[in-house]
Design a protein around this ligand. Structure first.
Ligand SMILES: NC(=O)c1ccc[n+]([C@@H]2O[C@H](COP(=O)([O-])OP(=O)(O)OC[C@H]3O[C@@H](n4cnc5c(N)ncnc54)[C@H](O)[C@@H]3O)[C@@H](O)[C@H]2O)c1
Length: 352
């Protein structure tokens, strides 16, 4: 039993591009300590361990054997998230897993089940839910300020050049990564469904327009939500010459909100009845664009996981929450294959 004052000890598995966000957040949290890191490439594990004063491992199963680790963060290629997460649960470690939590619903469900069975917490990293702008949007939604929701749009216009895919050959592959929907747009799709509610059906097209990858670099999709509202998704990593925007638009009978910026970080439109005073306050306290599209949310999501472990409650973005955007994306892939709209929940034959 962990006491409320005790520090929780972390291990990070996968020391690549996103891992420093985790390491720096853990180090900055007084109730957390980074004790071990793992990468199959020894120079990466060594360098990372040295940088953050932790012990290096080459085999994640050895890291999992350490009794003093409470929480592991999985930041490896996405295709092995579920496998590592299940092993971590079996070893009694709480699991924080980068998005997407898995590549298929079957893998996601095995991971959720393993965490339940071994009584550990599972948190999926959708750090954009912690953006200041997104928090106030969610609050407005919970207060019912939009009235009847009419439609919403998630747009991502980013550039991931050929070098990005060459640097890490798992990127853009079907089994390990997926395309722009599964890798980049998943955060925005998560936000769209978080605001608009459960999905009834999805229709979409994907294409590999410019990059030399197996999966899509451009996608467009339409969602019918159960409340009758419409959702639109536009996603591209082909934008010339650099990232332009990640934007979430939400519209209702008595509300219009557009959150833009480079990574859904800036309120661009905020319209509700009698919102003039509040608007001035929101616009004057805007966050500037973050230095990277990863934003500032990793620290808070880790802090929430620590709270969940200490109080034995569910993390806000648990396995079931993380599964929702994954299901929408798999439905778009299925629609691209069949040329037809796809109803949710996805049937087992596509859940593999
Ligand atoms: N939350 C976000 O905004 C965000 C941003 C970027 C990436 N991600 C996610 O984080 C994950 C990693 O992405 P990245 O861009 O950092 O990738 P990366 O290729 O830069 O890093 C992955 C690392 O994992 C290591 N690795 C591979 N197999 C391993 C294993 N079995 N055990 C230990 N280490 C192993 C690789 O050697 C590599 O160093 C992906 O799932 C990605 O979708 C999330």
């Amino acid at each position: 039993m962990i006491t409320s004052k005790e520090k929780l000890r972390f291990g990070i598995i996968g020391c690549g591009r996103i891992a420093p966000k985790h390491a720096e957040s853990i180090i900055a949290i007084p109730e957390a300590e980074l004790v071990a890191v793992c990468d199959i490439i020894s120079e990466k594990a060594e360098r990372f361990a040295h940088l953050y004063n932790a012990d290096p491992y080459l085999d994640y199963k050895e890291l999992l054997q350490r009794e003093d680790i409470d929480i592991v963060t999985i930041a490896t290629p996405s295709g092995i998230h579920a496998e590592i997460g299940i092993e971590a649960a079996k070893a009694g470690k709480h699991v924080m897993v980068e998005k997407p939590m898995a590549m298929t619903l079957k893998q996601a469900d095995y991971l959720i089940k393993a965490c339940q069975e071994y009584n550990v917490k599972l948190s999926v990293i959708h750090q954009n839910r912690y953006n200041k702008s997104i928090k106030i949007l969610r609050e407005a939604m919970e207060k019912g300020r939009f009235g009847k929701l009419t439609h919403g749009q998630a747009t991502i216009r980013w550039n991931r050049n050929e070098d990005y895919y060459i640097q890490a050959p798992w990127r853009g592959t079907k089994l390990q990564d997926g395309g722009v929907l599964m890798n980049q747009s998943i955060h925005n799709i998560d936000l769209l469904q978080w605001m608009m509610g459960p999905v009834e059906s999805v229709f979409g097209y994907t294409t590999t327009a410019l990059r030399q990858i197996e999966m899509e670099d451009v996608a467009g999709a339409v969602i019918r939500f159960k409340n009758g509202a419409i959702g639109l998704i536009e996603a591209a990593t082909t934008i010339y010459p650099k990232n332009i925007e990640e934007t979430l638009n939400i519209f209702g009978e008595t509300g219009s909100v557009v959150i833009g910026g480079i990574a859904v970080n800036r309120v661009e439109v905020w319209e509700f009845p009698e919102s003039e005073g509040e608007k001035n306050q929101i616009f004057s306290a805007q966050e500037s664009d973050p230095p990277t599209v990863y934003g500032f949310g990793h620290r808070e999501i880790i802090e929430d996981m620590i709270k969940s472990v200490k109080s034995n409650t569910s993390p806000p973005i648990n396995g079931e929450e993380g599964r929702k955007a994954l299901e929408i994306i798999l439905a778009i892939y299925k629609s691209q294959e069949s040329g037809l709209p796809v109803k949710l929940p996805l049937l087992d034959d596509f859940a593999d």
